[in-house]
Design a protein around this ligand. Structure first.
Ligand code: DGL
Length: 261
């Protein structure tokens, strides 16, 4: 069955998959979590591009009509290469995130993500392409990833880590904050409490879903089946299932262990 391919370094991209499933209930999804090589957020651009390419090729071999790079780090480094090498449309999370943030900001956008995402400057570039006069403040906030994976979505430790990372952005009067990592939407409540309720938190999942729907409609490729998901992981289906079910808020079945190296 021709479906929509989604890959991430691991379990985090399930936050994107969840939004996609909601917006496109008639589609079948193939989700690949590269759990053997996670995290990507500490690795070099070169390595991330290599992994992304292998993931994409695997999903293409399964049979997909559209590819979603749900991982912010992979989107930051590999999108151009993937678009050049593949013959299907590829969407990442960076441009849609910038497109969500720019129209709503009063002039100061914060970006948080993994070290590699922040180092790449990908969000900064996309925001400036749309509106050069916006001020952009970037910060790597890597501890948010394990906190989310431990299910500590709204926990005193998460709140104090958020305070440590975000106080500076709050003091600089950032009015819109891009959650530039797959895991961060799960910590929305804690992040919002630290930033203040008037600060807009942006993630790109819904914007991505809109882009894909539009494309599939125009190209007459929208599916009306009953939908579904098949999962692939490169390590331990058991731990993917445990953390993944917490991320998705539903049972995860049909997980296949694969080797893509
Ligand atoms: N999925 C990654 C991202 O969105 C976070 C986890 C990792 O470092 O691999 O950047």
């Amino acid at each position: 069955m021709e479906g929509i391919g989604v890959f991430d370094s691991g379990v985090g991209g399930l936050t994107v998959l969840k939004a996609l499933r909601k917006a496109l209930p008639g589609e079948f999804f193939y989700y690949l979590g590269d759990t053997a090589r996670v995290p990507y957020g500490t690795k070099s651009g070169e390595t991330v591009v290599k992994y992304a390419m292998q993931n994409a090729k695997f999903l293409v071999s399964v049979g997909i009509k559209y590819l979603v790079v749900a991982c912010n780090t992979a989107s930051s480094y590999a999108l151009d290469v993937l678009r050049k090498e593949l013959s299907i449309p590829v969407i990442g999370v960076i441009r849609p995130g910038a497109e969500e943030a720019v129209p709503v900001t009063r002039g100061k956008i914060g970006v948080i993500g993994t070290r590699s995402t922040i180092l790449s400057g990908s969000y900064l570039r996309e925001i400036k392409k749309i509106r050069p006069d916006v001020e952009v403040f970037q910060k790597a906030t890597p501890l948010f990833v394990p906190l989310a994976e431990e299910g500590m979505f709204y926990h005193p430790i998460t709140l104090s880590v958020a305070e440590m990372y975000l106080a500076e952005m709050r003091d600089r009067k950032v009015d819109t904050l891009i959650l530039g990592c797959t895991h961060y939407p799960l910590l929305k409540k804690a992040i919002s409490e630290v930033m203040g309720s008037d600060v807009r938190l942006v993630d790109s999942a819904e914007s991505i879903a809109r882009h894909i729907k539009e494309y599939l409609k125009i190209t007459n490729n929208l599916s009306n089946s009953s939908g579904g998901v098949k999962y692939f992981v490169t390590d331990s289906p058991e731990s993917f299932k445990r953390v993944g079910e917490m991320f998705m808020g539903e049972e995860i079945e049909d997980i296949e262990l694969i080797d893509i190296r």
